[in-house]
Design a protein around this ligand. Structure first.
Ligand code: AVJ
Length: 327
């Protein structure tokens, strides 16, 4: 005889089967503790990242905007190639401010493409589906909310044309090196010969400039990291006291790894649903890597994942590159 279920039991059950919950519990039970930075982007996190992009010290967005503003025709020339039809897929589209430069130019030049933005944030995708047809009249858009490769497969199924994939913002830097290579190989496997990847890399530069970008004076980066703990509180019945965690960013110029951690300021126990996670004073959670690259490293990554690196577009300071790779 089945035991009758109490009202409200569906909620914790649903939480416990969510990927977010499983990843959080796995990461916080690991030694050392970690969380996946892809979970930064809920409604609050999207807003904080927009604030970050507008803040003084966070340079990557401005560099890439400069590239897209100054080199629109050249980049679009490369995308349009011989003039054969293509579809434009963007991984991690965000608010699409950067790609909007390219989209406007491609529309003006009557490139008959469909724009397929993919993002982990459903908030972002519904925003794009609503706003882009207004700001870019005539655009054919089909936003896809979900994980990169699942959505890439859906995008591929919806297109029989040559594919141009945008992967901007140095989002690739949020993966550890081997994961980044696996990611690019996987990407290559989803593409056909002649397809194109336009991929952004934040380049190595003065270590102080880099560290400052991840340690802004206003404390937006700190809030951005702490928001993931608050998101766990909101969505997974977590009980983090964010006043008991400190933001600790690092940059190592030897290997180009920029990392951020949240450090527990005391011994504490944090309940997440039925789980209890213990922290020692000074124990850290590894939150994010934002890898910085040399141009040579980006070319090597292309080759080791089966692409041909054919072009680089730099900003005037050479702080950032958008590279063109051909499958
Ligand atoms: C969105 C991955 C490009 O790593 O620079 C900004 C995210 N993290 N500040 C980056 C981020 C902290 C950002 N990307």
């Amino acid at each position: 005889q089945a035991v009758p279920m109490a009202i409200g039991i569906t909620r914790p059950e649903k939480i416990k089967s969510s990927q977010f919950y499983l990843d959080v519990i796995t990461g916080l039970n690991a030694q050392p503790k970690y969380l996946n930075s892809k979970y930064f982007y809920d409604v609050v996190g999207d807003k904080l990242f927009q604030d970050l992009m507008n803040c003084e010290e966070y340079y990557p967005t401005n560099c890439e905007l400069e590239i897209f503003g100054e080199k629109t025709a050249e980049i679009c020339g490369a995308i349009m190639g011989e003039g054969d039809a293509f579809d434009l897929i963007e991984l991690g589209a965000g608010d699409a401010t950067k790609s909007a430069y390219l989209l406007a130019y491609l529309l003006e030049n009557n490139a008959g493409f469909t724009y397929l933005p993919i993002d982990i944030s459903d908030n972002v995708i519904s925003y794009l589906n609503i706003t882009l047809p207004v700001t870019l009249p005539g655009i054919k858009i089909k936003g896809l909310n979900g994980e990169y490769f699942e959505m890439l497969e859906r995008a591929a199924a919806a297109s029989n044309k040559r594919k141009v994939v945008l992967f901007l913002g140095s989002n690739i830097g949020n993966m550890q090196h081997d994961d980044a290579v696996d990611f690019c190989r996987n990407m290559r496997a989803h593409l056909s010969k002649g397809d194109m990847l336009l991929i952004g890399f934040d380049l190595k530069k003065n270590p102080k400039t880099i560290l400052a970008a991840y340690n802004d004076k206003e404390g937006i980066t700190k809030k951005f990291n702490l928001n993931l703990l608050e998101r766990i509180n909101r969505e997974l019945d977590g009980h983090f006291d964010i006043a008991k965690f400190e933001h600790y960013p690092t940059y190592d110029p030897e290997n180009g790894a920029c990392k951020s951690y949240l450090v527990s300021t005391c011994d504490q126990e944090v309940n997440i649903g039925a789980e209890t996670i213990s922290f020692l004073k000074d124990e850290y959670i590894f939150m994010e890597i934002s890898q910085k690259f040399s141009v040579i490293q980006t070319n090597e990554m292309a080759i080791s994942s089966g692409f041909k690196p054919v072009d680089h577009f730099f900003d005037s300071r050479k702080w950032f590159t958008d590279a063109i790779w051909i499958a």
